[in-house]
Design a binder for this molecule. Sequence first.
Ligand code: 1GP
Length: 237
Amino acid sequence: GNIYNAILSAKKESGKLLAILLDPDKIDWDALELLAQKINISPATHIFIGGSHVSTNRICELVLHFKKESHLPVILFPGNPSQISDKADAILFLSLLSGRNPDFLIGHHVDAAPILTQTNLEIIPTGYILIESGSETAVARVSKTEPLSISDIDKIVHTAVAGQMLGNKLIYLEAGSGAKNAVPFEIIKTVSESIKIPLIVGGGIRTKQGIETAFENGADLVVIGTAFENDIHFFEN
Ligand code: 1GP
């Protein structure tokens, strides 16, 4: 439980954690060296690797590269069980609690179980909650689920609390990669005040101010994908 314990310790000390999400479908494979250099000089504390349509080989290659070229823990953020690599440090074992698609609530987990038992990956059960963000996102499309409405904060909070009661160790509020709108700060604040476990927030955050706003409202770990993919100098300016 090293990775999770470090997240818990950071939460207790109000240490703000930042993950850079690398989607093997989107990154520039010819610039992996530079990518690693930029990650190493950024404030990132974790590397997340995952995507919607990725082959296992490519995931392993990417994990191995960043295990070698960076000192940060590498955590799998898989869209499905084909994206498991035993070379990573941990895996977010995601249940899509905002939706009612059984595959994403339990089906993929059953398929992944025999694969995961063969690995030393630290498994971190995570309640994954998709929030309405102004346009359709890949995660909504692939999972065939609707995000929760931002006008129904009670439903969002009850979903997060139920996720905690089910034994999840993290709650992840997700607007979706490249989302038009990030998760509103009021929702981050209300959810963070309603749960005891660490809160991850990601999707559609494009500025440093956006990262700060998420932290100020109770996010323990913020995820940045698209903004860094589009501008490798994102953290330097
Ligand atoms: C997506 O939360 C992550 O799962 C990151 O989203 O690509 O919009 O930063 P972005």
